[in-house]
Ligand binder design. Structure first.
Ligand code: SF4
Ligand code: SF4
Length: 372
């Protein structure tokens, strides 16, 4: 079924974790991945002004826009709310996205990572007015927003902004019933407003692809051929009312795997859903820091602390309990960066975290555990 008049397969190519060659995007490998993806009839590319400090939008130009007819793919990018102070701030950022991508127009354009505060800022500074003006000029086909907050806030935004044609939500089986992310409740609000959904983080920043042996065995027993990640992506794609499901593919292997089961997508069966329910039950027993590795907190940390990688190491420890191995991993992560114990408590990271994580407190606990 198509939404918003667009016929889009249920696997979108997220350009947020591209293959790298040192500090630069490995553009040759990216091109190969794009070619494979397009050959199989997929067509949706997702980037953002802030991804990879602008390198992602430039990679879109080099790997997609300059090599394929413009009407053969859909391109989404996003307006960051953090640098916006007044209405005049929108246009230069939008122009820069157009200039970097050379796309001419955007099929989907999003106010990026709205929550209660940034939604208020968008209202006060004319964010919605701006993107509607760009749409009227033919520079955007569909306007919407990505979202990180409670279902109640989502309800408020969709009620106040009937012009929103779609919403991008964080949905995965581990967060479906979570109090923090509220995947199910947010999805139900979008359905109530009859607004199609784009799904992000179906694999929860990679954590539903690399599981413990116990959990992996459950999946392998049910289907030896299917990758662990495929269960998470098919879970998301089985929902009704979707434009597409994004996957931030960072190598050829992930792309081959994702496209293999998404080219002729089949929704989960009841039996498969029961396997996931069993895995969720086990997975949820271990406490975890709900970091999705979005990286929004990283750039402005004065101590250059790699917060998401440190959190991922701590989560690994809390799930699998191998202190020695995780202390080694931790030392590796902080080798050229700040240590958790070097946090200055400035709070810059916490104000940016869409998951509302108490980063400072978590870093204190991590310092006491992994630096001991
Ligand atoms: S509170 Fe700590 S981790 Fe966060 S930005 Fe400041 S120094 Fe970095
Ligand atoms: S701590 Fe928050 S802002 Fe930082 S990477 Fe994790 S989810 Fe994103």
């Amino acid at each position: 079924m198509s939404y918003l008049g667009e016929d889009i397969k249920k696997l979108g190519f997220g350009f947020m974790r591209l293959p790298m060659n040192g500090e630069e995007v490995d553009i040759e490998q990216t091109k190969k991945m794009v070619d494979h993806y397009m050959e199989l009839g997929f067509s949706y590319f997702d980037t953002a002004y802030v991804y990879m400090n602008g390198k992602s939008e430039r990679a879109i130009c080099d790997a997609v826009v300059s090599r394929y007819p413009r009407e053969s793919f859909q391109l989404a990018t996003k307006m960051p709310m953090h640098p916006i102070k007044e209405y005049a701030d929108y246009q230069p950022i939008f122009n820069e996205s157009l200039e970097r991508t050379q796309a001419g127009y955007f099929d989907f354009y999003l106010l990026h990572a709205l929550n209660k505060d940034s939604a208020k800022k968008a209202d006060e500074t004319g964010g919605w007015k701006f993107i509607q003006e760009m749409k009227a000029k033919g520079l955007i086909k569909h306007i919407g927003f990505s979202f990180h907050d409670s279902a109640a806030v989502l309800d408020e935004i969709l009620t106040n902004h009937p012009e929103a044609e779609f919403v991008q939500l964080q949905i995965n089986y581990a967060d479906w019933e979570s109090d923090n992310v509220q995947s199910r409740l947010c999805y139900e609000v979008a359905r109530k407003h009859n607004v199609p959904v784009i799904i992000m983080e179906p694999v929860k920043g990679g954590s539903l692809a690399a599981m413990s042996e116990e959990l992996e065995a459950k999946f392998k027993q049910a289907n030896p051929e299917a990758s662990v990640a495929s269960w998470a992506i098919r879970y998301a794609a089985s929902l009704e009312g979707l434009v597409t499901v994004l996957s931030g593919m960072s190598n050829e292997e992930q792309l081959q795997d994702n496209t293999s089961y998404m080219k002729d997508f089949k929704p989960l069966t009841d039996k498969e859903r029961a396997v996931i329910a069993e895995v969720v039950e086990i997975f949820n027993r271990a406490p975890k820091i709900p970091c999705t590795a979005c990286q929004y907190c990283v750039d402005d940390c004065p101590m250059k602390i790699n917060i998401p990688r440190i959190f991922s190491t701590m989560n690994h420890y809390m799930t699998f309990g191998n202190l020695e191995a995780d202390q080694r991993s931790y030392e590796n992560v902080v080798k050229d960066r700040g240590r958790a114990s070097e946090c200055l408590h400035c709070g810059s990271c916490e104000s940016r975290c869409p998951q509302h994580i108490e980063i400072i407190k978590e870093l204190e606990k991590i310092a006491a555990t992994l630096e001991a």
